[in-house]
Design a protein around this ligand. Structure first.
Ligand SMILES: *Cc1c(COP(=O)(O)O)cnc(C)c1O
Length: 360
């Protein structure tokens, strides 16, 4: 028993943990080179892309920063579509680097409306890029990225996607949906500890890169490309996490993309049905509810802090609270990566026992 069910870090399979216990190797030697080329090729399959793809040693936020500094210049106008805390982080980052950010905010619990994105792009023809989170982990919502992308590409804008909590768990065909930079991170659906971001880069993103003037060094895609050609990363990578990722990718490709997506859909359904069976409400509209994280509204008179504590101490089940303005208003069940419907059943049974103890 015992489950870590926050939306990252997520549990790792024993095979992955074992691989990570391996002795260090030369990160500029042939063994690492082969592994890096092989991982890159396999990640492209999972991203459903022929675009370039790089491993960066950082958490997801570093990958988002890379998306910004490699494609934009100070003063560039960007439309930042946000439906939650992570959308706000992406927005703030672009502002910090000097972009002129036009935020397009939707109420927490809602998805982004493609028609409003169209109106915003019509109003501001100077916009260079659109930034959006595919799956907003703070509210448990999945945006309709296919529809958003169609609008963004009507106007020929660059599309920068935070896919940190969706890629590898929820269908996101990068090439089909014309995502120019797509970012994910190892500790979410990949069943690997934190430490690596994975980023895909389209031809259009490379054209933007050639003109982009934001300062970049650690995150420079050109440096990543130059070194990948010789089977290396520009700087020392998180070698152990790379070992783990290699094994996790074997497992994922063996299961198959469509099976992985179907499993997350089943698990998401089980979580939503389970929560409702306890008389609780989902925070977002169920139509948009994410298959990687379920956000549950806290009822009046319910002590959510105590609930999380009892689950943690008596059941060894760790769930997540709400972030920022959502603190005390929701709690979240992370269900991405190494997860089955059985795991969800266990969580719902525990909640069933604990809820009466923390309700007024
Ligand atoms: C987890 C997450 C992030 C932040 O990733 P870090 O690895 O903590 O930097 C950003 N966006 C989304 C949607 C996430 O789920």
């Amino acid at each position: 028993m015992g489950q870590l069910r926050i939306p990252g870090p997520t549990p790792c399979p024993p095979e992955v943990l074992q691989a990570m216990a391996g002795q260090m190797i030369n990160h500029r030697g042939p063994e690492f080179g082969e592994m890096l080329q092989d991982i890159t090729a396999r990640l492209k399959q999972l991203f459903q892309t022929k675009n370039d793809l790089y491993l960066l040693t950082c958490s997801g936020t570093g990958g988002l920063e890379a998306a910004i500094v490699n494609t934009l210049s100070p003063g560039d106008r960007v439309l930042s579509v946000t439906v939650g805390v992570f959308g706000e982080r992406f927005t703030g980052m672009a502002e910090e680097f000097g972009a002129e950010v036009i935020p397009l905010r939707f109420e927490y619990g809602q998805t982004a409306d493609p028609d409003e994105i169209r109106r915003a792009l019509q109003k501001e023809p100077e916009i260079k890029a659109v930034m959006v989170a595919h799956n907003e982990t703070s509210t448990g919502v999945t945006n309709d990225l296919a529809a958003i992308s169609a609008v963004v590409k009507e106007f020929d804008k660059l599309l920068l996607v935070d896919a940190i909590s969706s890629m590898g768990s929820i269908d996101l065909p990068v090439d089909k949906w014309h995502c120019d930079v797509t970012v994910t991170a190892s500790q979410k659906g990949w069943m690997v500890p934190p430490g690596l971001a994975m980023v895909s880069v389209s031809q259009e993103a490379w054209q933007a890169h050639a003109r982009a003037r934001m300062p970049r060094f650690n995150w420079d895609f050109a440096r990543a490309q130059k070194y990948l050609e010789i089977g290396q990363t520009p700087w020392t990578p998180a070698v152990s996490i790379v070992f783990g990722l290699s094994v996790a990718l074997d497992m994922m490709l063996k299961e198959g993309l469509s099976n992985i997506f179907a499993r997350h859909a089943r698990v998401g359904d089980a979580a939503r049905e389970g929560v409702k069976s306890l008389g609780m409400s989902l925070f977002p509209d169920e139509k948009y509810a994410s298959n990687t994280v379920t956000a549950v509204s806290v009822r009046d008179g319910m002590d959510v802090k105590e609930m999380l504590k009892i689950l943690r101490e008596e059941y060894q089940i760790v769930l997540a609270g709400g972030q920022q303005s959502l603190q005390g208003k929701i709690f979240r069940i992370g269900h991405l990566g190494l997860i089955t419907e059985e795991d969800i059943k266990e969580i719902i049974s525990a909640l069933k026992e604990v809820l009466p103890r923390v309700s007024a």
